[in-house]
Design a protein around this ligand. Structure first.
Ligand code: ZN
Length: 161
């Protein structure tokens, strides 16, 4: 069966940046399983997957606007160290989740200077071209329940208690 909206796709992937460095990969793990058309993965990858079938292997390069978006310098902020009360020792590279107006956001500490901490809310991959190498391992129709929930159940998906 071919990939369309409302199908569940399993695939192996390797993501490299423009320097050829591997950023993320499913190699040695279970394939990534997700619901196509539900925004579970970046938009450009959903587009590229349309019509593909089990066994297909392909490469696709996505510009930032089809990946994690452009960097937004407004998401870089300097906040006083005192606001991190109760947090473990602060280090550059440390990540934590905050609730912003747009929903949960991951902040990364990019600098610490005296009593001031610089945090960056951009995704590490924002502003970067995403180079994916994909191998489709399975395509099936999503169940009614999966469509209702907007995510995959069972192996590689959500488990409800
Ligand atoms: Zn569910």
């Amino acid at each position: 069966m071919n990939i369309a909206n409302e199908t569940v796709v399993s695939m192996h992937y390797t993501l490299t940046d423009d320097k050829g460095e591997t950023v993320d990969s499913s190699a040695g793990r279970a394939p990534l399983t997700f619901l196509q058309g539900a925004g579970n993965i970046v938009p450009g990858l959903e587009e590229a997957l349309m019509g593909k079938a089990t066994g297909d292997k392909f490469k696709v390069s996505l510009p930032p606007e089809k990946g994690y978006g452009e960097r937004d310098e407004r998401l870089v902020q300097t906040i006083p160290k005192a606001q991190f009360q109760g947090a473990p020792t602060l280090k550059v590279g440390m990540q934590f989740q905050v609730n912003s107006q747009g929903g949960p956001m991951i902040l990364t500490i990019t600098g610490i200077k005296g009593d001031e901490v610089t945090v960056d809310g951009n995704s590490e991959m924002a502003g970067k071209t995403l180079n994916f190498e994909i191998e489709i391992t399975d395509v099936r129709k999503a169940t009614e329940e999966e469509l209702e929930h907007g995510h995959v159940h069972g192996p590689g998906g959500h488990h409800h208690g």
